[in-house]
Write a protein that binds this ligand. Structure first.
Ligand code: GDP
Ligand code: MN
Length: 381
């Protein structure tokens, strides 16, 4: 689960990392009143899960009421790299002399968490890592001991951070590591960590991604989930318990099992189609899950055709087929053509049961995907 900037900042701030005064706002009026309360200048920042919001026009500084209105009007409702912005964070603008980067993530190659510091903050850190890897100081941490204070100081020293703020930056890094561990995070990051005129450090941005499978241990963060869902479909997926990723094509894809769905995505691409989503309904395919999955995919306006790729394992093919029939028969209309490919246990029985008035049945995955891509092309034409 990815937290929004404002949510991550709450968590960081509770742990003692300095963050600017801030208020979440959903309308121009709310932005202005937040700005008046906080005091100008303020930064108005789009709350969507995309990087590089600054360059894309999702962050604006405002010196007065008029500028705050302008910023709110231009950012609220905007489309930022495919995401609709309906909330902004209004925060006290930071007057900075330096922008640093601090982050903690898992280094899978080393099999250990790694804490990182760079003096080249404020820009895309992946680019820094590629072009100038030495500009990022790294310390691997033994999770049994946690990060030793000397390690934090060494990373800060190696990154060439100004001595006046070195202790504070080391403190932030230590807190960030502790949060990373205690919150079961996959990534914790501050970019930029701003250094002010009077040598204070402030987290101007915040990233915290928490392992979904550990959410049950963090009810406070799990509670933020619904709010963090980017759009209605993602909220629906959470509600139904599906693994769902929205993509930008027009071929809806449903399957049981992540590998199976990924393969289907690849094949759709291979046959010249464009996947609209990844949707894994997991084990079993009872009518209710099938109905929910179709409901989600049909609700996506971009979808022109759907392919259902089911592999019968413990859930037998005939059961799945009954589930699909029941789901489709309960619908008033089937708005987009659906192709079903059924393999595995009792696949043949399943294919015989499927109601071919409602779905197109194909025996092989290749045929199913090709037919779906053709369906999508026809609808589009
Ligand atoms: P991102 O581009 O989505 O990562 O958004 P950030 O929050 O990291 O902001 C990007 C850039 O906007 C920063 O590196 C700053 O240069 C600028 N910025 C953000 N907040 C402030 C602020 O409070 N004051 C000033 N002067 N610049 C800011
Ligand atoms: Mn940033």
């Amino acid at each position: 689960m990815k937290l929004h900037e404002y949510q991550a900042k709450e968590v960081f701030s509770d742990a003692g990392i300095p963050t600017p005064d801030a208020t979440l706002a959903e309308s121009v009026d709310e932005v202005v009143s937040a700005a008046e309360d906080i005091g100008y200048p303020v930064a108005v920042k789009a709350q969507v899960h995309v990087g590089g919001r600054g360059k894309a026009g999702g962050i604006k500084l405002a010196e007065d009421r008029e500028e705050a209105e302008d910023a709110a009007e231009s950012i609220l409702g905007m489309d930022l790299k495919g995401y609709h912005v309906d909330r902004v964070l209004v925060e006290a603008a930071v007057d900075f002399t330096d922008e640093l980067y601090v982050g903690v993530t898992m280094d899978r190659g080393e099999g250990k968490p790694v804490a990182m510091v760079s003096s080249k903050g404020g820009v895309n850190i992946e680019e820094v890592a590629e072009e100038d890897p030495d500009a990022i100081a790294r310390e691997h941490v033994d999770p049994a001991f946690g990060m030793h204070p000397y390690q934090a100081r060494k990373a800060v020293y190696d990154a060439g951070v100004d001595r006046a703020v070195a202790n504070d930056v080391a403190g932030v890094l230590t807190t960030l590591y502790d949060l990373w561990e205690s919150k079961d995070a996959s990534d914790a990051e501050i970019n930029p960590l701003m250094v002010t005129d009077d040598d204070e450090v402030v987290a101007a941005d915040a990233v915290l991604n928490v392992d979904d499978d550990a959410l049950f241990r963090h009810p406070d963060i799990a509670e933020m989930e619904e709010e963090a869902a980017e759009d209605d479909l993602e909220a629906k997926a959470n509600e139904y318990g599906f693994d769902y990723v929205r993509l930008d094509g027009n071929v809806g894809i449903i399957g049981n099992g992540a590998g199976l769905v990924m393969t289907t995505l690849d094949l759709v691409d291979h046959y010249g189609g464009d996947p609209a989503n990844f949707l894994d309904i997991g084990g079993g395919a009872k009518a209710e899950r099938v109905t929910n999955a179709l409901d989600m995919v049909f609700a996506d306006e971009n979808v022109d055709a759907v392919v259902f790729n089911i592999f019968g394992g413990i859930t037998r093919g005939d059961e799945v087929a009954r589930g699909i029939n029941e789901a489709l028969e309960s619908m008033d209309e089937i708005p987009k053509p659906v192709v079903v490919r059924l393999a595995g246990t009792n696949a043949e029985e399943g294919r015989e049961i499927l109601n071919t008035d409602l779905v197109q049945v194909e025996e092989t995955l290749e045929d199913a995907v090709q037919r779906t891509v053709e369906n999508a092309e026809e609808v589009e034409a």
